[in-house]
Write a protein that binds this ligand. Structure first.
Ligand code: NAP
Length: 279
């Protein structure tokens, strides 16, 4: 199959590696010529160009650019496509994207691979990034079943676990487990930087180990992506942040009151609940 990828960064570049290894012919389009050359030399794509018209030959196109560019680029892209081409995206927010693209292109299936690293750009692309990871598809009632089947088959071949849901449900769910953690983790790092004694700050930086590495990882990721999560999933994220603040206030209160028994009960319940999210 001829598969197009628009946006050769971490996600687009990683998809390219795996799709090529399945025997697909991968056409890549990116903003910078240097990225196109790198993608070809690394083996992520067969052909690459800064011209979107390269994707005219594709049977399926994955849009892998930053969230804010997905809709404008689909607008540009569709002038070059034949009506049967299936378009899908990998954006971390679904409702505004699906709402804007569905009237423009009926063969559109919203998607979101739940995989990534703190790095970005073609250099960060890696093989097998999507293996055993959830991959959400958000078709709506007008999405043709043939288009869904085409995307599902490709996603399954990446080794991902497929989930279907409404775009709005997706945005609320990822607000809890992806967008809220980015903001909490960023404020953890910012709070630590608020230490006023430079010697203590330096000591903390020297002592930081696996616990801090785990809890600060997503707050130290791509700032552009974090801003777009907030911008495009504003309502769900604000709701999650308010609930988080409420929980933080409850913890502060228990510690101020020296209510160690209640604190322990709370931490016992979170210890148990965590297992429902991650093994
Ligand atoms: P990324 O590494 O920054 O890659 C995005 C790429 O898009 C850049 O390398 C850039 O390529 C290209 N690009 C930017 N403007 C463009 C334009 N006008 N035309 C064509 N290409 C352009 O970002 P990413 O992490 O792969 O994220 C891409 C998408 O995946 C986003 O929508 C994000 O929500 C989604 N996503 C990200 C993750 C994650 O953890 N990172 C996980 C799941 C989904 P050049 O080098 O050519 O400028």
């Amino acid at each position: 199959m001829k598969i197009g990828i628009l946006g050769l960064g971490l996600i687009g570049g990683s998809l390219g590696f795996d799709l090529r290894s399945q025997g697909h012919h991968v056409l890549g389009v990116s903003r910078r010529e240097s990225t196109c050359q790198k993608a070809v030399s690394l083996g992520s794509v067969d052909e690459a160009s800064v011209e979107i018209s390269l994707l005219a030959k594709a049977e399926v196109v994955f849009i892998c650019t930053p969230i804010g560019l997905i809709v404008p680029q689909v607008n540009q892209l569709i002038a070059h496509l034949s009506a049967t081409t299936v378009v899908t995206d990998v954006g971390s927010v679904k409702a505004p994207i699906v709402k804007a693209i569905s009237p423009l292109w009926s063969n559109f299936v919203g998607g979101h691979p739940m995989a990534g690293t703190a790095d970005s750009g073609i250099e960060a692309a890696q093989r097998h990034l999507f293996v055993d990871r959830p991959y959400v598809l958000t078709p709506i009632n007008t999405t043709p079943s043939e288009a869904i089947a085409v995307v599902e088959e490709i996603v399954r071949s990446l080794g991902s676990k497929i989930y279907h849901c409404q775009p709005e449900q997706h945005d609320r769910a990822v607000s809890w487990i992806s967008h809220l953690p980015v903001m909490i983790s960023a404020s953890l790092i910012a709070a630590c930087m608020g230490e006023t004694d430079p010697a203590v700050l330096q000591l903390a930086q020297n002592l930081a180990s696996s616990g801090f590495r785990d809890t600060s990882r997503v707050g130290g990721g791509n700032p552009e992506l974090g801003v777009m999560m907030a911008q495009f999933n504003q309502q769900a994220l604000l709701g999650s942040l308010q609930q988080y603040r409420h929980n933080l206030d409850k913890l502060i209160h228990l510690i101020e009151q020296e209510d160690w028994a209640a604190l322990e009960t709370k931490l016992q319940s979170t210890q148990k609940a965590r297992l429902e999210f991650v093994e």
